[in-house]
Write a protein that binds this ligand. Structure first.
Ligand SMILES: [Zn+2]
Length: 377
């Protein structure tokens, strides 16, 4: 049953390439942007890997061609099978580029790691409650540039590199971390081709790490593109396993801004409302649970909506409260500083991206409940 569906899916994806460009225009008209008549060529290709058992796995991707010289921009989504927002980001970006790409080409891989997606886990070899670090050699993020004679994950990576990655001058590696953490751009400093990408993303938070050439063997896609002279950043959207419209919008805005910054789409990148916040050790303020009990998050100011990571909180504003387990007293948890919530709720044992109990609101005294990032001044 499942394999029939798979075959059916691949067939559909393959056929979709024929008429996609025209579909793109139809959707544009529905959005009320009929004045934009540019129709770029959209094709569906497949990166075909031969697996260990001799069968083949075809990973589909979109390519949008402007027909003019320019950068070749890659969006690679769902290297980790539970991190799926980027798949929808890629789909929407395909439509945007179909009508607005004016230079270069865009390569979109919405489901980079199909074997992991099919088991709905970070990596294909993981079992229940096992986060990515339990994988034994199947973490695609560390499998680049792949190996046609390696394990299946390395074979899929190799096929993707041959069919897609090696053709790209710039790339965005789209991941998602747990929903208790806000979306963040992971940018690199000291690497000129990557610099512009990190300056225009649509996430509230950004963090920087210095560029380091790989000491030994290349393992990540960023390293792979860097040694070839390309520019890359990674993006972590917020939340796994489920689609969230806001996160998809953040991802799409980031990609469109990057395409604009590279001169591939006309117009200026749209800045994040209120400005992007760089997260550093110095401006991160930890809030720990004052007692043991059940934590209930507070409300966004003046609304009935629950606070979520990304929200701005003012000093003294309730982040929530704990119902203390010893005497049922209500213990408030106020924000110690004004700033943006990077984390809200405790991720127990660092496994909340694979375990439901790890997302449970029971907190021990002293665990980190929230992280507030203030603006660096
Ligand atoms: Zn990931």
């Amino acid at each position: 049953m499942i394999s029939q569906n798979r075959r059916h899916f691949l067939k559909l994806a393959g056929m979709a390439g024929v008429g996609l460009a025209h579909f793109g225009v139809g959707q544009t008209n529905a959005d009320g942007q009929d004045e934009e008549k540019v129709t770029n060529k959209v094709t569906v290709g497949h990166a075909v890997a031969t697996l260990e058992d001799g069968s083949t796995l075809a990973t589909p991707f979109w390519r949008v061609e402007s027909g003019k010289d320019g950068p070749s921009l890659l969006a690679l989504a769902a290297q980790h099978g539970n991190e799926i927002h980027g798949a929808e980001v890629a789909r929407r970006l395909k439509d945007v580029c179909a009508r607005r790409l004016v230079a270069g080409s865009v390569w979109l891989v919405p489901m980079a790691n199909l074997p992991a997606i099919r088991v709905r886990r970070h990596s294909v070899d993981l079992g229940p409650e096992q986060p990515g670090r339990f994988s034994k050699g199947h973490n695609m993020q560390q499998a680049w540039p792949g190996n046609p004679e390696g394990n299946n994950t390395e074979r899929v990576a190799y096929a993707l590199d041959q069919a897609v990655v090696r053709h790209c001058s710039h790339g965005v590696d789209i991941h998602c971390w747990n929903e208790f953490w806000a979306a963040e751009t992971l940018a690199v400093t000291g690497h000129e081709p990557s610099k512009r990408l990190g300056e225009v993303t649509g996430t509230r938070f950004i963090s920087h790490s210095p560029f380091r050439p790989p000491a030994g063997k290349v393992s990540s896609i960023s390293q792979l593109m860097h040694v070839r002279g390309g520019g890359t950043i990674a993006m972590e959207l917020s939340g796994q396993y489920q689609m969230n419209e806001r996160q998809v919008e953040i991802g799409l805005k980031s990609m469109v801004n990057i395409a604009k910054a590279l001169g591939m789409i006309e117009g200026d990148p749209e800045p994040v409302e209120g400005g992007q916040v760089e997260r550093t050790r110095e401006n991160s303020h930890e809030v720990v649970a004052p007692c043991a009990g059940i934590f209930m998050p507070g409300l966004q100011k003046g609304t009935t909506a629950t606070l979520i990571p990304d929200d701005f909180v003012e000093q003294g504003q309730p982040l929530g409260h704990i119902t203390r387990e010893s005497d049922l007293a209500l213990v408030p948890v106020p924000a110690p500083v004004s700033g943006y919530l990077w984390q809200l709720n405790a991720c127990h044992g660092q496994v909340c991206d694979a375990s439901l109990p790890a997302q449970h609101p029971y907190v021990e005294e002293g665990v980190r409940l929230a992280l507030i990032v203030t603006r660096s001044t």
